[in-house]
Design a protein around this ligand. Structure first.
Ligand code: BGC
Length: 844
């Protein structure tokens, strides 16, 4: 569709050439048109979408002084200047980011073709940009004719915490005849409770992995819209889908490890049985529409080749059970079952366990159970606002190491998140298993202790194809550098395994080189760790049984993320999950989505991500709408924060992670809470001003000043030092702007002295390290900041690089050449944790 549209535009533009070329400056170009941060999004549900573009010019000092946007309901209309949806006229403005559509109301399924031109410094206009387009999704519930369908699930609720329950992925299909007329446009809207792959006539429709992503399915689920005009056939057609558990009913987080969630088994978090909903709309040129949608006439089987499919546990593929031709018309599905409506699986009661905030008496948080129904519940449908998870790179194996007979370890040369492509030739029934690890033990065996309850194992059974077979798992991913294959038939080569790097399609935007090779490697490690953990949501790590949207990590790193990649749409999606996770009290949670409560439902500096992340996205992308959409939850959070404070100071409450993984003494939680109460108040004031809420801006500003006064009275000495004797305390006070302007240098000197006394080593953790170098540079200690960056002494970035790191580790010494993995608890030792990579913001 896209290709045809562009060809048509080129032709029509050629016809109309001359309209604007007379006054156009040839060296001023408008390009990179975006709607809601995405190039040509389909099926959006934002009725006032925002449009952005970039200008380029050969001329130094060129700038945009005005713009004009035209939007039409067809490519032909736009090309002939009939902007029937919106013509902004010439607007005197240098805005090129998030200009709000101001035309006629947009309806379900509407097509919008648009172009923009700008005026430069010398008042001459550019040519019109190449046209772009977006389409509207299904804006009303009534637009959906499709039903959620499922398979008859008779399995009892699994309750064994010592073994795994891993059901087969299901295959769904439906054949239909297209009317024998010319098709104008065919569009499919689809979603699943679970994760799915959709095909039309043997071709994949929804490129990307793990669609529709993780949301709180008890509230809402995302749908996507795809243009399938080119995949339609005259006569017989077939729609089909693979559907697996995903986050909906598969293993997630540390539920199994900690005994949280449904029956403490770590799965069925949102429901028991995955389901799928598809609506294909074929618009014919004569104006008629044919709709094919999921209902009881679809067929389903669980007897196909994907015997197990789980994000944490891995995939089991038995190629002997393949059903060739099932995605195409003409396949005989007589032996398949009929699909049922998802509601027909009825109710299944279970006990859901999670943490509770301590009672007023101050008893420790405890885990309690409550009754839940695992039945299908109709979630709200929202158009997917993010970017899909894609394979961005294929890594070559750099070494194959034979172990015992048939056992080999493949080294992919880089720690990353994703899957593999396995090339194999074996007899029918030959079975190989693959295990994944980030590191090797000194004796060359695979190190998997840090995966905890994530089994991270794939199995493949050959069908015996003499030409060889290829296996690429669909519904799992691992965090790894090494793959161990057991029972490999024959002699493998480096081409036997390649690594498929998976992450959300956040295009990289940064480069960094300097004269220090260690720092250059550090930069690469940071970018790799960002890629590995930007997988549908910003996760803490991609390998062990967590992979959760930890909010503390996210707020520490977001400032770096925005430099390294185009993360606007990615955070737009995740911020919905963060806002949706807000507790009735107003507290923002420790992770989002929030499948279960672990300990308290809040952690100081973790929950504050609910203010810090929107603020950062606004700053980076001039996105005032993110402030507006988060405003109500953010103010509820701030009210709760104020209500829990005492005399304008924070208190010790919530999960006590504080300056998590600090090397030195502990910075008291109530101190950290005061800092983040101040940071969030200040940012709220700035955001209020940005959206014209002047009264609230003043109130938050005053709240910040009150905190500052109380903080100085309690914590700041006459010489400017902070009387909590940790590096973190000094740096956080400076970072939060709580030190009076004329004392900042003195406080900075105190911080520098403490670092010197510590042998020029940091002792800061997650919270203290992130601002350490920026703060040092801002208080006249830039040389010390540079020294810390380039240090090779423990703890430092250089130390980690010297130990062979290709990513950022959870701990500086997660592995050392001297002590191996011995310095830490193997279970809490991830080799892909981005928090300490937050120094990158300062590097830029
Ligand atoms: C995660 C962290 C997270 C923390 C809370 C860990 O298990 O991996 O990165 O922020 O828990 O302290």
């Amino acid at each position: 569709m896209k290709k045809r549209f562009h060809a048509l535009m080129a032709f029509l533009l050629a016809l109309s050439a001359g309209t604007y070329t007379l006054d156009a400056t040839a060296d001023l170009n408008v390009d990179v048109l975006r709607c809601e941060y995405v190039a040509e999004p389909l099926g959006i549900d934002i009725v006032k979408p925002r449009l952005s573009w970039q200008i380029t010019s050969e001329k130094r000092g060129e700038k945009q002084t005005a713009y004009q946007i035209q939007v039409a309901s067809s490519a032909a209309k736009l090309a002939t200047g009939k902007a029937n949806l919106w013509d902004s006229g010439k607007v005197l403005s240098d805005d090129s980011l998030n200009v709000v559509y101001g035309g006629v109301d947009l309806a379900s399924r509407g097509e919008c073709f648009w172009q923009v031109r700008v005026w430069g410094a010398n008042e001459t206009a550019s040519s019109w940009s190449t046209a772009s387009h977006w389409t509207m999704g299904l804006l009303d519930k009534q637009d959906w004719q499709a039903s959620w369908i499922s398979y008859k699930d008779d399995t009892p609720v699994f309750t064994d915490t010592t073994s795994l329950f891993l059901p087969a992925a299901r295959q769904y299909r439906k054949e239909f005849s297209a009317h024998g007329k010319t098709i104008q446009r065919a569009v499919v809207h689809s979603t699943a409770l679970g994760i799915y792959e959709l095909n039309l006539n043997g071709q994949r429709v929804n490129e990307g992995a793990f669609i529709p992503g993780w949301s709180d399915y008890n509230q809402s689920v995302y749908y996507n819209t795809y243009d399938v005009t080119d995949l339609m056939q005259g006569g017989g057609n077939a729609l089909s889908a693979w559907v697996a558990d995903g986050w909906y009913s598969g293993y997630i987080g540390f539920g199994l490890l900690t005994g949280m969630g449904t029956e403490k088994i770590g799965r069925y978090t949102y429901g028991k049985t995955p389901s799928v909903m598809v609506q294909l709309e074929i618009d014919y040129e004569d104006g008629s529409r044919q709709v094919i949608h999921t209902d009881k006439s679809w067929k389903v089987t669980g007897d196909g080749p994907i015997r197990e499919a789980d994000l944490l546990m891995g995939e089991f593929y038995d190629a002997r059970m393949e059903t060739p031709g099932w995605t195409e018309p003409g396949f005989n599905d007589a032996s398949w079952e009929s699909a049922i409506l998802a509601v027909e699986n009825g109710s299944t009661m279970a006990t859901f366990y999670e943490g509770q905030n301590p009672d007023k008496a101050g008893n420790a948080p405890k885990i309690t159970g409550r009754e839940v129904d695992l039945a299908f519940k109709q979630p709200r449908l929202e158009s997917f606002p993010g970017v899909p998870v894609v394979v961005s790179e294929e890594l070559k194996c750099i070494e194959v190491v034979p172990r015992e007979a048939g056992k080999y370890i493949f080294n992919l040369g880089q720690n990353f998140a994703g899957t593999i492509r396995l090339n194999i030739k074996g007899e029918a029934g030959h079975r190989v298993t693959m295990r994944y690890g980030e590191m090797l033990h000194p004796d060359g065996t695979l190190m998997t202790e840090n995966l905890r309850k994530a089994r991270a194992q794939d199995t493949y059974i050959c069908k015996g194809d003499p030409a060889g077979e290829v296996f690429v798992p669909r519904f799992t991913f691992h965090g790894f550098q090494y793959v161990e294959i057991v029972n490999f038939p024959g002699e493998p080569t480096k081409d036997t395994v390649t690594g498929l790097v998976l992450h959300s399609d956040t295009k990289l935007t940064s480069t960094f080189t300097c004269s220090d090779p260690m720092v250059n490697r550090l930069f690469q490690n940071i970018v790799w760790t960002q890629r590995s953990n930007f997988l549908d949501l910003p996760t803490d790590c991609p390998q062990r049984d967590e992979r959760m949207g930890w909010t503390g990590d996210a707020q520490v790193y977001v400032g770096t993320a925005i430099y390294n990649a185009d993360v606007a749409a990615f955070y737009t999606k995740w911020l919905r999950e963060l806002m949706a996770a807000q507790r009735p009290s107003g507290a923002f949670t420790d992770f989002a989505p929030f499948p279960f409560q672990h300990g308290w439902n809040f952690g100081t500096a973790w929950g504050d991500a609910g203010v810090i992340c929107p603020w950062t996205i606004w700053q980076a992308y001039d996105d005032v709408r993110i402030i507006e959409t988060c405003w109500e939850p953010m103010t509820r959070f701030m009210k709760w924060r104020k209500d829990t404070s005492r005399d304008n100071l924070g208190i010790a409450h919530g999960n006590d992670w504080g300056d998590w993984l600090a090397q030195g003494g502990k910075t008291p939680l109530e101190f950290v809470d005061t800092i983040y109460f101040a940071i969030s108040s200040k940012k709220m004031g700035e955001m209020a001003a940005a959206i014209g809420r002047d009264g609230e801006a003043a109130a938050y500003g005053e709240q910040f000043e009150n905190i500052k006064t109380a903080f100085n009275a309690k914590y700041v000495e006459a010489d400017g030092s902070v009387n909590v004797s940790t590096q973190t305390a000094q740096v956080l006070a400076l970072f939060a702007d709580l030190i009076p302007e004329d004392t900042r240098k003195a406080t900075g000197k105190k911080l520098a002295d403490m670092i010197a006394e510590n042998g020029n080593r940091m002792s800061t953790g997650f919270l203290g390290t992130r601002p350490l170098l920026p703060v040092l540079s801002s208080v006249g200690q830039h040389d010390l900041a540079v020294l810390l960056l380039q240090s090779h002494d423990f703890p430092s970035w250089g130390y980690e690089v010297d130990q062979g790191a290709t990513t950022i580790w959870e701990r500086w010494d997660s592995y050392t050449k001297e002590d191996g993995f011995g310095r830490h608890n193997a279970a809490m030792n991830s080799f892909s944790h981005y928090s300490f990579g937050a120094v990158c913001e300062w590097m830029f």
